[in-house]
Design a protein around this ligand. Structure first.
Ligand code: GAP
Length: 441
């Protein structure tokens, strides 16, 4: 990552290139909500797919779930969210700003204007409320889920019976979560609507610390090997204080331009969630251990990561500025902005660029063939230099250029985003040339 990267630069690149826009911007936006544009959604889906492949599809002992955003409100009573899921907040009477007390250096001084005229701190619940059914009264109140994992606990037996899984096994889920954050900030780092990728691993209590260590190592390895994060932008933060039921907890943090921030939590949740749902619903959450002829409530190790935060870390990690040769008269080099995304998650993996409109027909055939296998784009507009610059900012790892020689020799030029090297390849080898480079699983 370029160490000088400012968040404003990234936000403006995201808007300009169609990664992320402010939600409902024509009405002034709405704080804490963001839309993913065409290139944004392509990369977000690719990241989600990569996580799903890593956590579910390549494992025999983890299965998937896709539960609803709204569920019976008793779930949130049992999980403790309705009573405890909140922050203390205070308002500045002078500049009217609102702050989370735990993020203020001095809880008696407004961080924005320096005033000491602050309201008494008061509890603020982060659950988003709605109504289900035609009557908008207390009886019909429901909540948008604040984390995706609660349904994994409530559906534990249904999933286990349907898949015939035995302990130890995990259940994974990707989906939207909603929190009425007091201070949404740092672009998509803290928003009010976001996506989580969570996995709850159910195991025997006596093995739980081994699994905790296993999942910690797996997740760190994933960031290094699959997302290309180096040692100096990733660190582990072990929690000093633990929830009463937890034996261990850690955050995997990324070094964002605004400082270190939590990317993922790996938490020992003990038997807390299943026990609470058992007490609250009256349904047994016990598991019968056939080998030892005993009933147990499984212990849970959780890995929980924000999809949007991963997206932001990938953006920060990929951003770079270097020099590229130019055909401009007075210059030899141009400054170029380049997003060095891992090829497997780049929003566009291959851009097909005919040097002249007259070559469009041949180029389109090449494009349609590649498009059926890789995320590809066709662009015939503007000078080739400008088209390369555009693809560099989108983070396209390979450009395939079709020139007049192609008509004679059936070869194309492949331009590499990172080193800007060019090589000539026969059209018949094109698909296999990309295979190793674009799939990393
Ligand atoms: N089930 C556990 C759980 O939800 P959490 O630490 O509150 O734990 C897990 O959230 C992850 O979800 C975080 O590490 C972060 O990546 C992401 N996340 C949490 N709040 C977020 C927010 N307001 N905006 C974006 N991502 C968020």
């Amino acid at each position: 990552m370029n160490s000088q990267l400012e968040m404003e630069t990234l936000v403006s690149l995201c808007k300009r290139r169609g990664f992320i826009f402010q939600s409902s911007e024509i009405y002034g936006g709405i704080n804490g909500f963001w839309d993913y544009g065409p290139y944004g959604i392509a990369m977000k889906r690719a990241i989600e797919k990569l996580w799903w492949s890593e956590m579910v599809e390549t494992r025999d002992n983890v299965v998937g779930l896709d539960s609803t955003v709204i569920c019976n409100p008793k779930v949130w009573k049992a999980s403790g969210h309705l009573d405890q899921f909140g922050d203390m907040m205070t308002d500045c009477k002078e500049c009217k700003s609102r702050f989370r007390v735990d993020t203020m250096d001095d809880p008696n001084v407004c961080p924005k204007c320096g005033s000491t005229q602050l309201t008494e701190p008061r509890e603020f619940n982060l659950m988003m409320k709605t109504f289900v059914g035609p009557v908008f009264d207390e009886e019909h109140v429901a909540y948008l889920r604040a984390e995706t994992c609660q349904s994994i606990f409530t559906d534990f037996h249904s999933v286990r019976i349907a898949t015939r899984q035995k302990l130890p096994f995990g259940v994974a889920q990707v989906g939207k979560a909603f929190r009425n954050e007091i201070n949404p900030r740092n672009f998509i780092f803290r928003s009010r609507e976001f996506s989580q990728m969570e996995m709850e691993f159910f195991c025997f209590e006596e093995d739980c610390m081994e699994w905790y260590k296993y999942w910690k190592e797996q997740r760190v390895k994933y960031y290094h090997e699959k997302l290309g994060f180096s040692e100096d932008v990733l660190r582990i933060h072990d929690h000093d204080t633990l929830a009463h039921y937890a034996k261990a907890a850690l955050d995997i943090e990324y070094k964002f331009p605004f400082g270190w921030g939590e990317l993922e939590g790996v938490h020992h949740r003990g038997t807390f969630d299943l026990t609470r749902h058992q007490e609250s619903s009256g349904e047994s959450m016990e598991y019968f251990d056939q080998e030892n002829k005993r009933k147990v409530i499984p212990t849970v190790i959780e890995t929980s990561v924000g999809l949007d935060r991963t997206f932001l870390a990938v953006l920060c990690n990929a951003y770079d500025v270097d020099e590229a040769s130019t055909q401009k008269e007075d210059k030899k080099h141009d400054i170029r902005t380049v997003m060095r995304f891992p090829a497997a998650i780049a929003p566009v993996q291959i851009a097909v660029l005919p040097l002249s409109k007259k070559l469009s027909e041949t180029a389109e055939k090449v494009y349609k063939d590649l498009r059926s296998k890789y995320r590809s784009e066709f662009d015939v507009t503007g000078s080739i230099g400008k088209r390369y610059r555009r693809q560099d900012e989108i983070g396209t790892p390979y450009c395939v250029t079709i020139d007049f020689d192609t008509l004679d020799d059936d070869c194309v030029t492949i331009r590499n985003r990172d080193c800007m090297s060019q090589e000539r390849i026969s059209l018949s080898q094109l698909t296999s040339y990309f295979y190793d480079k674009l799939f990393i699983n």
